[in-house]
Design a protein. Structure first.
Length: 266
């Protein structure tokens, strides 16, 4: 059996060193992440606390060092969307997290339809189990599902309404794998219990703690941190701002290349 990571707490994690600006981002994300999933929060406050709401300036609150965490790996089995999409949303989430389930059911499908399908957005998943042994088991199982190309199907099954309340014991995970259409269940079980699964989940978890995430879900959109299952409007605004900025950057590069070519011709 893989070694449990439940004994490792957020306070024991050292922030990743990307630069002075990221220290600010990490502190801000950690604070807002706590507020986004703290107990007894009203419905109205849960939809209004977001790093994205701190400023209307699309460049403020964006950290280039954090944008570099996007893997853009064509072989990434826990991602969807074009590797060259102008916007990358990185999601740090836990299958036992109710707010993560809300995002997965209510918001993510709309983002896929509106932005992933047209090539604007790429979504990269990071396993970030913070609720104990069953969270870790579900994370390893999700990784194992990905090894057979069924991560997103498993993701959908695990986040269906009422599923987390049934727990993520071995029998339940196997049932979810079957529901997700995983062909080789014996391989799935072996992969989920493998050291490779533990290492992959641990790597994602370390990255999440390294950027200051302390609860789930937490997001990065082209280097802009967002915490909590924010309404669709928040994600729409930030994605469109990021896409526009990416287009302007490309246009500026293209203009510079054209001027250089003209200068060379003269």
């Amino acid at each position: 059996m893989p070694k449990s990571m439940s004994s490792r707490t957020p306070s024991s994690r050292k922030p990743l060193i990307y630069g002075a600006g990221v220290v600010v981002a990490a502190a801000l994300l950690g604070f807002v992440s706590y507020r986004a999933t703290a107990p007894d929060r009203s419905a109205s406050s849960s939809s209004s606390s977001s790093v994205a709401d701190v400023t209307a300036d699309p460049d403020a609150g964006v950290y280039p060092e954090l944008a570099k965490l996007a893997r853009r790996d064509a072989g990434d089995k826990l991602a969807q969307g074009r590797v060259d999409a102008p916007v990358v949303l990185i999601e740090y989430a836990d299958f036992k997290c109710g707010y993560c389930g809300k995002f997965a059911r209510d918001t993510e499908p709309a983002l896929v339809k509106k932005y992933v399908d047209n090539g604007t957005l790429r979504i990269e998943w990071r396993n970030f189990p913070i609720f104990g042994a069953e969270s870790e088991a579900a994370a390893r199982a999700a990784w194992a599902a990905g090894q057979q190309g069924r991560f997103w199907q498993f993701h959908r099954a695990a986040y269906a309404e009422g599923v987390k309340e049934q727990g993520f014991g071995k029998d339940r995970l196997k049932a979810l794998a079957r529901q997700a259409g995983i062909a080789d269940l014996d391989r799935f079980a072996r992969d989920a219990d493998s050291s490779a699964a533990s290492a992959a989940v641990g790597k994602d978890q370390e990255q999440g703690y390294g950027i200051g995430a302390t609860s789930t879900p937490s997001f990065l959109i082209n280097g802009r941190p967002i915490a909590g299952a924010q309404p669709m409007e928040t994600f729409t605004r930030v994605i469109e701002e990021a896409a526009e900025k990416a287009r302007n950057t490309e246009d500026a590069k293209g203009g510079g290349d054209a001027e250089g070519a003209e200068g060379g011709a003269e």
